[in-house]
Write a protein that binds this ligand. Structure first.
Ligand SMILES: [Zn+2]
Ligand SMILES: [Zn+2]
Length: 340
């Protein structure tokens, strides 16, 4: 925060691939919104939607949808939140409460929902204005830095597993041991599943086991579908890798009725033979983060079980370097910006 307290620092995307630090004027929260003093914000691959303009973006735009901080002002009509509360802001910017999907309880797919850092400014900043309906509660025993990456990478994997057809003791496969996958393995283990991690190369075997995997399948050395069938077949494959071919290869590793849940966003097609779906009634689903209640549960479950992202913290001033490192695939595994 600047000395004058009337401005704050933010890092915004100004043109494809270009991030710059600016001073912005502080303003009050509008109706239904809160103002947050941000303490930490994770750097997520989906930030490229803003920085590289994959979504239609009106620049300048502040990216960041894994923000944690304290509420310092409430807009008109905000109920259930107080000044001083520590909250998280994820990708979903807050549901409207009145559209047909909200009225049917599907808050994730609200037709009027904006995405944080896409249609409005996100968390690469000291201050963030967020819609109250999208806020997530941060437990006292979880630090802001630890909570940040759980708001997108954590919520996505936790929610997909919790909503999946798998039950305790079932075999779950996690495809990809990266930003999402290293959390997915931990959640699956703590939820009571038998866990197979699938990675490329032998070098991630030790890490996968350390994170809680019972089995490690090296997809460069063996056919992951055959390896899963040798274990009895997976009830669910959590596909955190976005390569369409790697995702398709796991379908034959499912038990009858099993599901591949795609979490990695890409335009690359997932090519499948219908016979592999028809015989055994297998399916491929997608899942997008989760509603705010699932966000609360993600953070609470993480605090209870000790599930944590492996993180590297970077000061806000170095956001561009952190973003570049993440995009180069060199983050191990989540970069988190700190504001103080
Ligand atoms: Zn709605
Ligand atoms: Zn994200």
């Amino acid at each position: 925060m600047s000395k004058a307290q009337s401005t704050y620092r933010a890092v915004q995307a100004v043109s494809p691939g270009k991030l710059e630090m600016v001073e912005k004027q502080l303003s009050g929260p509008t109706s239904g919104h809160v103002r947050i003093r941000v303490e930490a914000c994770g750097v997520c691959h989906s930030d490229s939607g803003t920085v590289d303009g994959l979504f239609p973006i009106q620049w300048p735009r502040v990216p960041g949808h894994e923000a944690v901080g304290r509420i310092d002002a409430l807009g008109d009509g905000v109920q259930g939140w107080r000044v001083g509360a520590r909250v998280g802001v994820g990708f979903l910017g807050g549901n409207c409460g009145y559209c047909e999907r909200c009225r049917n309880g599907d808050l994730v797919n609200c037709q009027n929902q904006e995405f944080t850092g896409i249609q409005h400014d996100g968390g690469y900043a000291e201050v963030l204005i967020a819609k109250a309906s999208g806020l997530i509660s941060v437990p006292d025993d979880l630090s802001s830095v630890d909570a940040a990456p759980l708001l997108c990478a954590g919520l996505t994997t936790f929610s997909a597993l919790r909503d999946s057809p798998a039950r305790a003791g079932d075999l779950i496969a996690v495809l990809g041991i990266g930003g999402l996958g290293h959390l997915g393995v931990q959640y699956a283990r703590h939820m009571g599943f038998e866990v197979a991690a699938i990675g490329r190369g032998a070098d991630k075997a030790d890490l996968a086991k350390k994170l809680g995997a019972h089995h490690y399948i090296d997809s460069a050395a063996s056919d992951p579908a055959k390896a899963l069938q040798a274990l009895g077949g997976a009830v669910v494959v959590l596909a955190t890798a976005s390569a369409g071919k790697a995702v398709a290869e796991t379908v034959k590793g499912l038990r009858p009725g099993g599901r591949v849940i795609a979490l990695g966003v890409t335009e690359e097609p997932i090519q499948l033979a219908s016979m592999d779906l028809v015989f055994g009634s297998r399916g491929v689903d997608g899942a997008l983060t989760g509603n705010p209640g699932a966000g609360d549960a993600t953070l609470k479950f993480s605090a209870l079980t000790g599930v944590a992202a492996m993180i590297e913290t970077v000061p806000l001033a170095n956001a561009a370097e952190a973003y570049a490192k993440m995009m180069a695939g060199k983050a191990r595994f989540r970069m988190v910006l700190t504001m103080t």
